[in-house]
Design a protein around this ligand. Sequence first.
Ligand code: ZN
Length: 273
Amino acid sequence: MEKVIITVATTGAWPQKEHNPNIPLTPQEIAADVYECWKEGAAIAHLHMRDDQGKGTMSKDKFRETVQLIRSKCDIIINCTTSGDLNATDETRMAHLIELQPEMASYDCGSMNWMHNSLFLNTPQFLEKLGKTMLDNNVKPEIEIFDAGMIYNSFYYVKKGILRTPAHYQFVLGADGGSAATVENLVYLKGLIPKDATWSALGIGKGHIPLMYAAIALGGHIRVGMEDNVYYAKNRLAKSNAEFVARAARLIKEANKEVASPAEARDILNLKK
Ligand code: ZN
């Protein structure tokens, strides 16, 4: 049976406890939360760190502590952000990859206006350095796509040998400044990536459920969690990230597919052994 990988993005860089008191922010909270999500079927944990004030940070110490706690509890695939703080230097955005060698990390394949208030910069120079750092440290890029131009940009780095194929894409739809979270957009974007690529999708806001159904139907993988949505349903805050994972797992099974284990996800994504 076809396997579907669930990624959980527990924290992100933005939501605070005032938006949802159940969001995990400290290394201990994140690790405990990831473990609950793994029990419900998540195969990949996409990690962001927060400083002691709860702000997004690329602190290597926070990543190290969190990753060690998670690795001591379960075999979930670690996927670290490289964009957890818009003010971080290029070097700080990559330092944790060199030290911790997570199996995956995000590769945001272009720049954009972010949430009508800032710039999300991924310069050509940074994307080259980041790609090479990932190759050197055997970290599989999760190529995050906010609009079609970023897909074409990824082809350039494939041609230069900076991104390997088959590539893995994550369609991030519904962020202000990027493409809206609609099924039509997902179908269009999915049609642009190479046939041998693997892909996953997430929707921010009310598109998150339609996109989850569409990704399952189209043969993709799915991402859920409070980085993308603090609401589980209209006017109902999520009680936990595990609740999102459990719903995703139910939908996958109802669609006559199976939830991929971490080991199966490693095979599907061709991660280092
Ligand atoms: Zn992220």
